[in-house]
Design a binder for this molecule. Structure first.
Ligand code: ZN
Length: 251
């Protein structure tokens, strides 16, 4: 862009809906929520809201130097610790296979079952599109889990799509009012990250083994830089406040 070109129009981000009590966050891997939106989660649990995490995998294929049977339990422990930092006590794993999660009815059914168990009004997931804003290619697990979560919000409310869930005692839950996608290049809403930012750094830092394998940078500096820059990037469209941005699909 030339220095004289007008800035693209910056539509303000709306505040996230706040008339809800339970949220369910569904993502592919340990660390997806910590990279994506833990500062928002902290703000919500501070306000007395209940947030539950569901992970499709244990992230067992995420560290080159650790075999999956060692890596999976370690990453599960790091994920539980990272969740606890932002006030999340319940973390469940669907045990799909890391790196080769398949979009399809099995995944939709498992996520619909989780929605029926926890009965959230708000569902959170991570960028389901092919790329990160057209810049970097997304991973197939994120695409599969994001899309399946958007779909499962509807599946959970339909008695006839997965009748085996009703037979297992999981009654339909048609109460999901929004699915909010973190890491979207087309955000519509945001949450003030000011109060939760420091805890989001510690939450991401809980994935220490993963981060130490990923970068030579000091882990704490790496986490703080990444999350602060992300929160500042959303500030331009949110009254100058550091923020976590979401693309919200109403239902
Ligand atoms: Zn991931």
């Amino acid at each position: 862009m030339s220095p004289h070109a007008p800035k693209p129009a910056q539509t303000p981000l709306e505040p996230m809906p706040d008339d809800w009590t339970r949220a369910l966050a569904v993502v592919a891997h340990p660390d997806d929520l910590e990279y994506g939106c833990a500062a928002a989660i902290a703000a919500w649990t501070d306000a007395g809201r209940e947030v539950t995490y569901v992970l499709a995998t244990r992230g067992e294929a995420g560290i080159d130097t650790l075999a999956p049977d060692t890596c999976g339990p370690l990453r599960e422990r790091e994920q539980r610790a990272g969740a606890a930092v932002v006030g999340v006590d319940t973390v469940e794993f669907l045990d799909h296979k890391d790196g080769v999660v398949e979009y399809g009815t099995a995944l939709r059914r498992d996520i619909a079952a989780a929605i029926r168990r926890h009965r959230p009004e708000l569902v959170i997931t991570l960028n389901h599109r092919d790329t990160w804003g057209g810049v970097a290619w997304n991973t197939p697990d994120h695409v599969a889990v994001g899309r399946a979560t958007l779909d499962a919000a509807g599946d959970a409310g339909n008695r006839w799509i997965f009748p085996e869930l009703t037979e297992r005692g999981l009654e339909p839950w048609d109460g999901v009012r929004w699915v909010a996608v973190a890491g979207s290049a087309q955000p519509t809403h945001a949450v003030d990250a000011t109060a939760g930012l420091e805890r989001s750094v510690r939450s991401l830092l809980a994935h220490r083994t993963y981060i130490e394998a990923l970068t030579d940078e000091d882990p704490e500096t790496y986490c703080r830089t990444f999350l602060t820059q992300n929160a500042q990037a959303a500030a331009d469209r949110f009254g100058g406040k550091p923020a976590v941005a979401f693309e919200v699909f109403g239902r």
